[in-house]
Design a protein around this ligand. Structure first.
Ligand SMILES: [Zn+2]
Length: 216
């Protein structure tokens, strides 16, 4: 349990933070400690249940299974490997010393994310007659992508651990913002045009998105 003071919050709230594996208590500026204590004991059961539900972390170690672009791949350490990381069928082979595997896999996944998302985003942008000014790969806590008013796109590398239709939806969503900054009907019509099955991707993220934060 962590306590988060918030200037924006209007009331006490509990929020599950899947990446850190904790529950946050959000405290608005005027809330008293007594009110917070009362709120917590009223929701103690809920908190315990949510913490119990949090999936275990999956580190980048030999034997770990990563759903790379929707296909399960097992990390295997191969000391003799000349190329540091290579995907072969259902295995992700990693060379070099054992204690460097985690970092190498992380770099490899980010590189893959950059390549795939650049390709998708540029393809979609071409359809709309736009060009993103820049594309960055990050690891944000609560967003899968963003588009700035200057046309800079940013995506979470974790999207490569989701089925490809999910990555397509997020790329289409952010690229559509190059034309429409809001989320009005015309914006969604653009997303639909770029990615006709986008609804499934959206639903997948809502249902399973938190799981992507347990990797690494
Ligand atoms: Zn949006």
């Amino acid at each position: 349990m962590r306590i988060r003071a918030s200037t924006r919050a209007r009331r006490l709230a509990l929020r599950v933070e899947p990446r850190a594996g904790v529950v946050d208590l959000v405290m608005p500026a005027g809330a008293s400690q007594t009110a917070a204590d009362r709120f917590l004991s009223a929701h103690a059961e809920w908190v315990a249940a949510r913490i119990g539900e949090l999936p275990p972390r999956i580190g980048f170690t030999p034997g770990a299974v990563l759903p790379i672009l929707g296909r399960d791949c097992t990390i295997r350490h191969v000391t003799s490997l000349a190329i540091e990381v290579v995907r072969e069928g259902d295995e992700l082979l990693v060379g070099g010393p054992l204690d460097e595997i985690g970092e190498k896999v992380a770099v490899w996944l980010r590189t893959l994310a950059r390549r795939v998302l650049t390709e998708r985003a540029e393809g979609f942008a071409r359809i709309l007659g736009r060009r993103p000014t820049r594309l960055t790969i990050r690891d944000p806590r609560s967003r899968w992508g963003s588009c700035s008013s200057a046309g800079r796109l940013s995506f979470s590398w974790r999207l490569v651990l989701a089925p490809p239709m999910v990555l397509d939806y997020v790329a289409a969503h952010e690229v559509a913002h190059l034309r429409k900054p809001d989320h009005g009907p015309r914006f969604w019509a653009l997303v639909e045009r770029l990615c006709p099955g986008y609804h499934d991707g959206r639903v997948w993220l809502r249902r399973h998105g938190a799981r992507l934060h347990r990797y690494g």
